[in-house]
Design a protein around this ligand. Sequence first.
Ligand SMILES: *Cc1c(COP(=O)(O)O)cnc(C)c1O
Length: 354
Amino acid sequence: MIQPRDDVALMEGYHSPQVDVAVRLNTNESPEAPPEGWSRDLAAAVASVDWHRYPDRAALALRSAIGELHGVGPEQIFVANGSNEVLQTVMLTYGGAGRTAAVWEPTYALHSHISRIAGTSVAEGERADDLSIDMDEVRRVIRGSRPAVSFLCSPNNPTGIVDDESIVRATLAEVEAVDGLLVVDEAYGQFAPWSAVGMIDADTPLVVTRTFSKTWSMAAARLGYLVGPAQIVSELEKVVLPYHLDALKQIAGCLALGHLEDMNARVDRLVAERDRMGAALAELPVQIWPSGANFILFRPLGMDGASVWKGLVERSVLVRNFSSMPRLGGCLRVTVGTPAEDDAFLTALKEVLA
Ligand SMILES: *Cc1c(COP(=O)(O)O)cnc(C)c1O
């Protein structure tokens, strides 16, 4: 049988088990369904789609609406099927054979995975012991490997740590010095106190990615985007498949932007709930990291992470198991859910740790 490319044969796929449990707090989805008005409007819109025609290839209405949200024009917005497809398009455009991407671990696994799939070498730097970005290490990796693309993730998945503006600025200066591109993945940007979107400028090699999967309660829709210089957006448009964004998804995104207040209220509820959960975890024998996202990373003390994960599953609570990952030994990550889901998690965790 034909074998895949040598490098693909050696790769592991992306694993995030979908287990059937009552309380699913493992993939950082929104615990709330989208606003009812959105679902109603979308159902009505299905009837108006010209299904025998290709969708608007430029997705202009959607890009204009997203641009308005960020105070930029549609020429600065690139949209795709989830921000993972945005990242893939960035790597197909700016990565590839003979080029390098830089990441600082532990971070979102797809940054290095997508880079490798696009044929890009990956330079892996380390974060500091407290899992924050270490600028000496950023300088060492960028000056040593001269990456075409460097990734920051703020708030970082799976740690929840927000990079200060000074970190993003200092990294950008290093990236500019090697003629590279800085990608700041802000999948959880709305939960954080600041955003790098304000730093975007026509002459600055910086793009920021966002998604509708988390804040916008639309993980099933698969919609994500990038804000960046118009010149970069037009290069990405050359690479992505024509008509990649179907007509209904374009409408779904536009309609969602009409419910901004509702979405912001969800963010406020989740942030309050995250802080309540953080305070409750602080009372238990676990180590926790400060989170600017809709999840919390924690490490049970005196008990191994895999057993705690299993004990939670037995109580019908699913969290993400990072316990065997390098640098995250024993760690688990819990998504902030509804107050009832979070109480179920906290009760189960107390039982398991007792
Ligand atoms: C969830 C996530 C994404 C991807 O989400 P999509 O559903 O593909 O938009 C991207 N980056 C990070 C850090 C994430 O956690």
